[in-house]
Design a protein around this ligand. Sequence first.
Ligand SMILES: Cc1cc2nc3c(=O)[nH]c(=O)nc-3n(C[C@H](O)[C@H](O)[C@H](O)COP(=O)(O)OP(=O)(O)OC[C@H]3O[C@@H](n4cnc5c(N)ncnc54)[C@H](O)[C@@H]3O)c2cc1C
Length: 392
Amino acid sequence: MLTNHLVPADEQADLTQFTDALHRFCDAEIEPHYRQWEKAGLVPREVFARMGAQGFLCADVPEAYGGTGASANFSFAVAEVLSRRGYSGFVGGLQVHCDIIPPYLLHCGTEAQRQHWLPRMVSGQAIAAIGMTEPGAGSDLKALRTTARRVHDEAGDGYVINGSKIFISNGQNADLLVLAAKTDSAAGAKGVSLFLVDTTTPGFSRGANLEKVGQHAGDTSELFFNDMRVPADALLGGVEGQGFVQMMRELPRERLIIGVQGVAGAKGALDVTLKYVQERQAFGQPIAQFQNTRFTLAQVATDIAAAEAFLNACVDAYRRGELSPEAASALKLHASELFSRVADQCLQLFGGYGYMAEYPISRFWTDARVLRIYGGTSEIMKELVARSLLGR
Ligand SMILES: Cc1cc2nc3c(=O)[nH]c(=O)nc-3n(C[C@H](O)[C@H](O)[C@H](O)COP(=O)(O)OP(=O)(O)OC[C@H]3O[C@@H](n4cnc5c(N)ncnc54)[C@H](O)[C@@H]3O)c2cc1C
C-alpha cells in the first residue's frame, strides 16, 4: 500500500528503511514466539517495550511527546506489515495503542494529559486500551450505563465511576484505559464523557481474558469499575459531555486503520496461497494449473488491487485532513468484507490442509472474521454510508 506514488518522494526512502527494520524485528522477535502467544492469548508486555525502543510504536506522535514526529504513513506501515505477515491478532490491540488512543490525547487532551501519557505509550512502558462497548451497549453506544459521578470532598475533586465494559482489546495488558461513561444520565449523547483511567486505580478490575474464535494472540477482556475514584483531571480535555463528539471525531482514523489491516491481511492470505498452489499436486499437476485455481487467484488479486486503490485514496485524504466519516466507513466495510472473502476463497484452495491450524491460511481466515464486527459492524457502516447518501 504505502510503497506507491501517493507517498511523497522525500518520505519513501525513510519508509522503506523503517519497514525493512520492522521486518527484521518480526523475523527475530515475533515469528519465533507468535504461536506461543496465541496459546497464551496475549502478547507479553515486553514486546511493546522492545517495539517502542525501536520507534515502532505510535510512530506519528510529535517529538514534543517523545515520538519521532513522522507522518501517519509510518504508523499505518506497522499495521500493514504485521497484518500481511499474519499477525492480525496482535495488530488488533496494537492499532488501539498506536492509532486510536494517541489522536484522542493529541486532539482532545489537555497539555498535562498529553505530557503524562504519550511518552510512556511511545516507549511501550504504558499500554493503552479503549472502553466503549458494554454488555448492553455495542452498536448503540448511547445506551451505555457506566456512570461517573462528580464528587468534591476532603480528598479533592474527582469522579466515582461504576459499571463495566466488555470485549476490550488490550484489556489484560492495559495501563491506560480511555473510558466512556455517563456524567449526566439524563442528557443522552451529550451526557457522555471520556476519562483517562490509570488501571492501578482502586476499584478497577479485570475479568478473564476472553476466549475468541480467532485473533488468539490479542487479549480481550471484560473490565469492571466498582466505586473507582479518579481525579477530576482524568476527564479527557477537562470538559464534561464532550465524549460523543470526541469519539465521532476520532472514528475515521479507527476505521481507516482497520481498512489498512483488512487490505494487508487479504494480501497476506494471497501470498501464502500463491506459494501453496504451485507446490501442491493433484491429478499429476500443480493445483495452480487448474482453471478454477487460476481464475480464483486472478479475481482475488483484482479485488485486492481495487480495494487498495480506495485505501490509498483514503490515506491520502487523511493526510490532507479531508477523510470524511462516510469514506472511512465505506473503506472499513469494503476492506473487512474483502479480507474475510479472500481468506475464505484462499483457504478453499488448500483443501483439508487449509482447515488445519498449523497452516497460516487458517489463521488469516479466523483472524479476518472480527474485522466485520469491531470498530463498528458492517451493518452500522452501511447505515452511515446510507445516511450520507440520503441525508438521514
Ligand atoms: C475481538 C473484539 C475486540 C473488540 N475491541 C473493542 C475495544 O477495544 N473497545 C471497545 O469499546 N469495543 C471493542 N469491541 C466491541 C465491538 O466494537 C462491538 O462488538 C461492536 O461494536 C458490535 O457491538 P455488539 O457486539 O454489542 O453487537 P450489537 O450492537 O448487539 O449488534 C448485533 C447485531 O445487530 C446488528 N445491528 C445493531 N444495530 C443495528 C442497526 N441500527 N441496523 C442494522 N443492524 C444493526 C449488528 O450489525 C449486529 O449484526 C471488540 C469486539 C471484539 C469481538
